[in-house]
Ligand binder design. Structure first.
Ligand SMILES: *[C@@H]1O[C@H](CO)[C@@H](O)[C@H](O)[C@H]1NC(C)=O
Ligand SMILES: *[C@@H]1O[C@H](CO)[C@@H](O)[C@H](O)[C@H]1NC(C)=O
Length: 188
């Protein structure tokens, strides 16, 4: 099997780029096969501290916090903000939840009320509009390629990793889309 992960990940940078629109956004990952390979494409969803294709997001609002009206936080999608060096989940919980790359390359997000773990890569993220791909807006991390890695025994579920090489995984482009809609308190 042939993977073009590294070449693909630099396509957005090879085109002239323009500043990404401000405000919250959602994302999807897409594997663009070089031949008649399998097309893998799905929205990017946050669950259990990691990012996935083929899973639902896990928005959460605690019912035991005084004066917290969880009916205001009924979002179901994974929504992100930023992209100029750092990226956060678009949550309301104090302190926020930050995107980072874990030491094993897993694209991750911090637990509420906690900092990312020691060794986590929290900076170097970018989000930019491209003149190619019909003006698509991509996100990524400087010096890393993005991969979707099949999850054992879960059909059409892939976990997202960032780094230079992951065996058995598919190189993906990370597309973003301007979002306006229901918000989330935090993601579990
Ligand atoms: C979600 O919350 C917003 C803000 O309170 C409200 O306008 C909207 O109707 C709610 N949507 C659902 C599906 O409950
Ligand atoms: C990104 O952040 C840098 C440093 O804070 C700032 O100078 C620059 O204007 C920002 N770029 C955008 C597009 O917001």
């Amino acid at each position: 099997m042939k993977y073009l992960a590294i070449a693909l990940s630099f396509i957005p940078l090879a085109f002239a780029s323009w500043p990404a629109p401000a405000g919250p956004w959602t994302a999807s990952a897409r594997h663009i096969p070089s031949d008649a390979g399998k097309i893998i494409e799905d929205s990017l969803q946050a669950s259990g501290g990691h990012f996935w294709m083929g899973k639902s997001a896990t928005p959460y609002c605690p019912s035991d916090v005084a004066n917290l009206d969880c009916s205001l936080y009924n979002g179901t999608d994974t929504v992100l903000i930023g992209g100029n060096n750092t990226i956060f989940l678009d949550v309301t919980v104090p302190g926020g939840q930050q995107m980072y790359i874990a030491s094993d390359g897993a694209l991750s997000y911090s637990v509420p009320h906690s900092l990312p773990p020691a060794g986590a890569i929290t900076t170097g993220f970018w989000r930019e509009g491209s003149e190619g791909f019909m003006g698509a807006v991509f996100f990524g991390h400087e010096g890393s390629s993005a991969y979707a890695c099949p999850v054992e025994d879960e059909e059409d579920v892939y976990q997202i990793f960032l780094g230079t090489e992951f065996t058995g995984c598919y190189g993906v482009l990370l597309f973003t889309y301007t979002f306006s809609g229901a918000t989330v308190w935090e993601y579990s």
